[in-house]
Structure formats: C-alpha cells, structure tokens
Ligand binder design. Structure first.
Ligand code: HEC
Length: 134
C-alpha cells in the first residue's frame, strides 16, 4: 500500500498519539470565569523567577493529569499549552485552578496557599505554546 492511500484522518490520529498531547481538548462552555476574577492581576507578575517554584508545585500536583509540559495526558485533561488556554488572563487561570471543574475532572485547589496558585500561573505562562509540535 502506498503512503498516499492512508486516509488523512488516520495519519492525524497516529500523529496525535505519537505526540501524546490533548490537542483535541474541548473547553467546557459552562465553566465560566466571573469578570471580576478574570480581571485580577497576578501579584507576582514582576517576579518571573518565581516560576521555578511554580514548576515544582506543578510537577508535584498537576502532572498526573496534565503531563510535565502541560500537554494534557489524562483523558479530558486540558492541554495547557493550547492558545485557547493561554489566551485567558492570569486571573481567569487562577480562578479555574482555585475552583476547578469537578464534574469534568479538574479538582479545586483552593486549599493551596494563594501565592502558590499565582506561582503556578507564572509557570503556566512559561509553557511553550503548541501549535506546531515536534
Ligand atoms: C485529576 C486530574 C487533574 C489534576 C490533578 C489537575 N487537573 Fe487541571 N484539568 C483537568 C481536567 C479534566 C480539565 C478540563 C476540565 C474541563 O473539561 O472543563 C482541567 C482543566 C484545567 C485548566 C483550564 C483549561 C481551560 O480550558 O481553560 C487549567 C488552567 C488547569 N486545569 C490547571 C491545572 C493545574 C495548575 C493543576 C495543578 C495545580 C491541575 N490543573 C491539576 C484535570 C486535572
């Protein structure tokens, strides 16, 4: 069989398995961030060096579902590198981490100290966006 006969969808399916990223992640339209929450600024925004601590926290508590680079390994877990995620404000990501979306498998992390949550947001910003993955 020549390569040209392999259906395009199959190539894409295999490619997505090889890359192992949840690029097909569909956001929950009902998981809406309140406007005031989305407008909150990251109090650590001018201390980018704190992203390293955010990475440690991320690896400890988020990796199981989101993968080391935020690529979304567990079923339904968001690929945090996607532009639909990165386009959201720091406040919106903070709110989502704080409240979670338990019905769809994202736990609430309100028990984590607030500054640690902001630190994780700093780290999320350091993830490489995936549009062209390699
Ligand atoms: C038990 C698995 C699990 C763990 C642990 C987890 N997540 Fe999630 N996360 C999910 C799932 C599933 C979704 C998608 C929820 C949905 O479909 O609405 C999600 C969504 C998100 C989103 C929103 C993406 C969007 O669409 O805007 C962010 C941000 C996020 N997670 C960050 C984190 C961070 C940071 C941690 C660690 C503190 C973490 N998650 C830990 C499963 C998890």
């Amino acid at each position: 069989m020549s390569l040209a006969r392999i259906p395009f969808w199959l190539v894409m399916l295999i490619a997505s398995m090889v890359v192992a990223q949840n690029v097909n992640y569909q956001q929950d339209p009902n998981w809406k961030v309140p406007v005031e929450a989305a407008e909150k600024k990251n109090p650590l925004a001018n201390q980018p060096e704190l992203a390293a601590g955010g990475k440690k926290l991320f690896i400890r508590i988020c990796v199981e579902c989101h993968g080391r680079s935020g690529e979304g390994v567990k079923r339904n877990a968001a690929d945090l590198q996607l532009s639909i995620v990165q386009a959201q404000s720091d406040g919106a990501l903070f709110w989502k981490i704080t409240n979670g979306n338990p019905d769809r498998g994202m736990p609430s992390f309100s028990r984590l100290p607030e500054l640690q949550r902001w630190q994780i947001v700093l780290y999320l910003r350091a993830l490489k966006p995936t549009e062209s993955s390699s």
